[in-house]
Design a protein around this ligand. Structure first.
Ligand code: FAS
Ligand code: PHB
Length: 390
């Protein structure tokens, strides 16, 4: 098979890129290791920045999001006693975020692939990259007992943190920056009404908690747990009890309990790989960077990457210009690092770190106290939370 851009990974990055290229008549094929159901079964992000909303609308795929998504104009920070409102709409001149699960974004992109003439090959095993340092790179993969080959002008590595693309770049070229946090997030999804109209990020002396949602009848909660925590140590009841404590008396008293539809522990790390381009290989999304989910940036960084990358590919294939592809890595990384900083900063403010002791706790409580009283501090948080401009 021959195409213009071979894309590895059918997560949000790969599917958005594929749609954006096909919309411009550029050849693209996506190869995905898992089944479509498996990809949809991963419960991940919940908050969309305007950049992600714009891509879905630009692709004509925003209708369900408009009907089912929840536009939010603010969120809360909590310190175990009080709720501090961050009025993002008022502080940023009207910007909002959209609460609409990554699963639904992926489903909308998957359902529209056929009509966009975007081929997505699921259950493609042993995907391998070849001759990425030439102008004739190709992929091979196994499916139905046969080896398949896709020749392309470019390869887009949208294969997440564990995929093969980043690893195909020579060690002499790549540089990684990483911070692994000494805790993870235990998440629960349950068909119960949210305890609050807007999200609450809480830093309680027991640890971090987040009250989020997927709809008015489906809630998503997280608590910080030690890195070595085992999911079997957490019955639903124990988790609901701890959430009631950490979210503070006001919100905690409004929690509706119910059985877990999904319960899992995710590790937290900050990670950036530079550069995001090597010759004919371009990285986008988690393949190039990971953020702790505290700032709700992971999915949205994948969106900004593919917004830049699709424009660069369109300029190359339609106008034979190379300035977009030549500056892609530098342009994307400029936004990545600002989101990395915000995600690290909010994670540092809102979580209990084992080595921080009482002084560290006082620093966090004092910073929350300052934020509660400072419009300037709240504005800085608000403009980063809604997403910095492309
Ligand atoms: P993805 O990881 O979504 O997609 C990569 C795709 O590549 C996958 O479908 C994978 O199967 C495929 N792939 C991998 N190796 C392959 C191979 N060898 N061959 C072919 N295909 C291959 N972000 C938030 O904003 N908020 C959150 O709450 C949040 N929670 C998260 C929880 C977890 C457990 C994880 C892992 C991430 C979470 N994230 C969250 C971040 C997440 O939403 C990512 O930022 C988002 O999925 C990035 O999308 P992609 O770059 O497309 O990567
Ligand atoms: C979620 O709803 O899954 C969610 C929301 C906001 C975050 C992280 C996760 O910062």
């Amino acid at each position: 098979m021959k195409t213009d851009v071979a894309i590895i990974g059918a997560g949000p990055a790969g599917l958005m890129l594929g749609h954006l290229l096909r919309q411009q008549g550029i050849g693209a094929v996506v190869v995905e290791r898992q089944s479509a159901d498996y990809v949809l079964g991963r419960i991940r992000a919940g908050v969309l920045e305007q950049v992600t909303v714009d891509i879905l609308n630009e692709l004509g795929l925003g209708n369900r999001m408009k009907q089912e998504g929840l536009p939010h104009e603010g969120f809360f920070l909590a310190d175990g006693e009080r709720l501090i409102h961050i009025d993002i709409a008022e502080l940023t001149g009207g910007s909002k975020v959209m609460v609409y699960g990554q699963t639904e974004v992926t489903r909308d992109l998957m359902d529209a692939a056929k009509d966009r003439d975007l081929e997505v090959v699921y259950e493609a095993k042993d995907v391998a990259l070849h001759e990425i340092d030439t102008e004739r790179p190709y992929l091979t993969y196994q499916k139905d007992g046969q080896e398949h080959r896709i020749d392309a002008r470019f390869i887009a590595g949208c294969d997440g943190f564990h995929g093969p693309s980043r690893k195909a770049i020579p060690d002499s070229v790549g540089k990684t920056f990483e911070r692994v946090y000494p805790f993870g997030w235990l998440g629960i999804l349950s068909d119960v009404p949210p305890c609050n109209d807007e999200l609450i990020y809480a830093n309680h002396s027991n640890g971090f908690a987040l009250a989020s949602m997927r709809s008015q009848t489906r809630s998503r909660y997280y608590i910080q747990v030690p890195l070595d925590e085992k999911i079997e140590n957490w019955s639903d009841d124990r988790l609901w009890d701890e959430l009631s404590i950490r979210l503070g008396p006001e919100a905690g008293s409004r929690i509706t309990r119910g059985p877990a539809l999904e319960k899992s522990i995710a590790p937290l790390r900050s990670f950036v790989f530079e550069p995001m381009r090597y010759k004919s290989l371009f990285l986008a999304g988690d393949a190039a960077h990971i953020v702790p989910p505290t700032g709700a940036k992971g999915l949205n960084l994948a969106s900004s990457d593919v917004a830049y990358l699709s424009r660069a590919f369109v300029s190359f294939f339609q106008d034979s210009k190379t300035d977009g592809i030549d500056t892609y890595s530098q342009t994307a990384l400029a936004r990545v690092w600002k989101s990395e900083r915000f995600s690290w900063s909010l994670t540092s403010l809102m979580h209990r770190f084992p080595d921080d002791g009482e002084f560290g706790r006082r620093m966090q409580v004092s910073e929350l106290d300052y934020i509660a009283s400072s419009r300037a501090a709240q504005t800085a948080i608000a403009e980063n939370y809604v997403g910095l401009p492309l």
